[in-house]
Write a protein that binds this ligand. Structure first.
Ligand SMILES: NC(=O)c1ccc[n+]([C@@H]2O[C@H](COP(=O)([O-])OP(=O)(O)OC[C@H]3O[C@@H](n4cnc5c(N)ncnc54)[C@H](O)[C@@H]3O)[C@@H](O)[C@H]2O)c1
Length: 369
């Protein structure tokens, strides 16, 4: 059997727990040898909580990269601290799985993808939604050509009261709000189904009425926040032009007085595909969890539709994304969710925020990588 992959975790906050559980499930393949968090003692407490007794702990990721012989790191810091540790780890010759959204700015995402290319290391981004069998089925249908030429796509999702609080509501830590936090998932679902066409222009609108209003400053699991400190957006809509004449309509809300912002849809010259997402209470809302799918098509001149069977969403999608990453390190494969591709997701988000700030359509220019 091949040697276990030696990993370090950078950022031992909330989602690092999901990495801890995944690494435990995959202990035949992987060994957690380092834990790092800038908050003193946080990495040690995390190690104790998740039973990583032998892991060394650090407050500075560079020290961890220098002192431990690592093969890979998972970067689960808040968004504004994705790019730095990711680039440092790639430059140190390690493979990286970095949480979504890839970064805060397009420039950062480009630098991360360049570092992966220069060092010939994997950079995979944390879209576990791709391991949902229904998301895979949706992509397969779109890729099969059954829709003809796709010319219009709608994607997005919404929560009734789902502002996550914590570091997510601060521009300094999260960089942005709903548009990137949950919006990056339905964007990935649609763009990946289409083969990640290049984004060209975007016109958008963003709002922050819910997060700033003390009446609604109650999040899931009792996570409240000070509305005066809320300085990101909680709602966004955008019209994005993609190469090949495609138009994408995107809508996302962390919190709103509505149950849904509508289904995802793909309109093609031969057929259309509609996917609705679960509405799962006040916190829920779709960003990739598909509840139903229907194909709208004609049979011998009659307009009709066919339901596409959906499977129950698998619970272990997070472990599956980590397994693929680790397994590809062992077999010398490619990044399962390539940073190079996700740069386009980040470019759309970057464009949405620029357009919302200026109130005008902006062009999206992705530098050569
Ligand atoms: N894939 C998913 O399902 C999922 C779910 C939730 C969050 N996320 C993503 O995971 C990331 C973290 O979210 P979270 O909820 O865990 O946030 P969090 O604020 O709970 O944790 C982030 C941790 O990173 C630490 N940190 C920040 N800068 C650091 C640095 N330079 N070096 C080491 N540690 C550093 C912080 O001290 C904190 O402990 C975000 O990008 C978020 O979008 C992904």
């Amino acid at each position: 059997m091949k040697e276990k992959v030696r990993v370090g975790i950078i950022g031992t906050g909330g989602i690092a727990g999901a990495y801890a559980r995944a690494y435990h499930e995959l202990e035949d393949l992987v060994e957690v040898v380092g834990l790092c968090d800038i908050v003193p003692d946080k990495a040690a407490a995390f190690g104790e909580r998740f039973g990583f007794d032998k892991a060394k702990t650090f407050e500075d990721h560079q020290k961890m990269l220098e002192r431990l012989k690592l093969d890979a790191v998972s970067v689960s810091t808040y968004n504004t601290a994705h790019a730095g540790p990711t680039i440092d780890a790639l430059d140190a010759g390690l493979h990286v799985i970095c949480e979504k959204p890839m970064s805060v700015t397009l420039d950062e995402a480009v630098s991360m993808a360049k570092a992966a290319k220069k060092n010939k290391r994997m950079l995979s981004i944390g879209f576990q939604t791709r391991y949902d069998p229904n998301v895979k089925a949706l992509r397969d249908l779109v890729q099969s050509g059954i829709l003809g030429d796709v010319y219009y796509v709608e994607t997005g999702g919404g929560r009734r009261r789902g502002i996550p609080g914590k570091t997510f509501i601060s521009k300094e830590e999260a960089g942005f709000g709903a548009i990137a936090d949950i919006g990056c998932y339905p964007l990935d679902m649609a763009l990946n189904a289409l083969g990640y066409p290049k984004p060209l222009t975007v016109s958008s609108y963003a709002a922050d009425f819910m997060g700033k209003n003390p009446k609604y400053a109650v999040g899931p699991k009792g996570r409240n926040w000070d509305p005066a400190e809320f300085n990101v957006e909680d709602f966004g809509v955008a019209l994005v032009r993609l190469e090949g004449g495609l138009v994408l309509n995107f809508k996302i809300a962390w919190s709103m007085h509505m149950d849904t912002l509508g289904p995802a849809m793909f309109l093609g010259t031969d057929a259309g595909l509609k996917a609705t997402s679960d509405y799962v209470g006040p916190y829920g809302g779709g960003w990739g969890a598909i509840a139903s799918m229907e194909l709208f098509h004609d049979i011998q001149g009659h307009t009709t539709y066919s339901p596409i069977p959906v499977q129950e969403r698998q619970r272990n999608v997070f472990t599956e994304k980590v397994r693929d990453f680790v397994a590809n390190i062992q077999r010398g494969g490619e990044a399962p969710i390539p940073g190079l591709q996700i740069v386009r997701n980040q470019a759309v988000i970057d464009g949405i925020l620029r357009s919302a700030q200026t109130g005008r359509e902006v062009s999206i220019d992705i530098p050569e990588i």
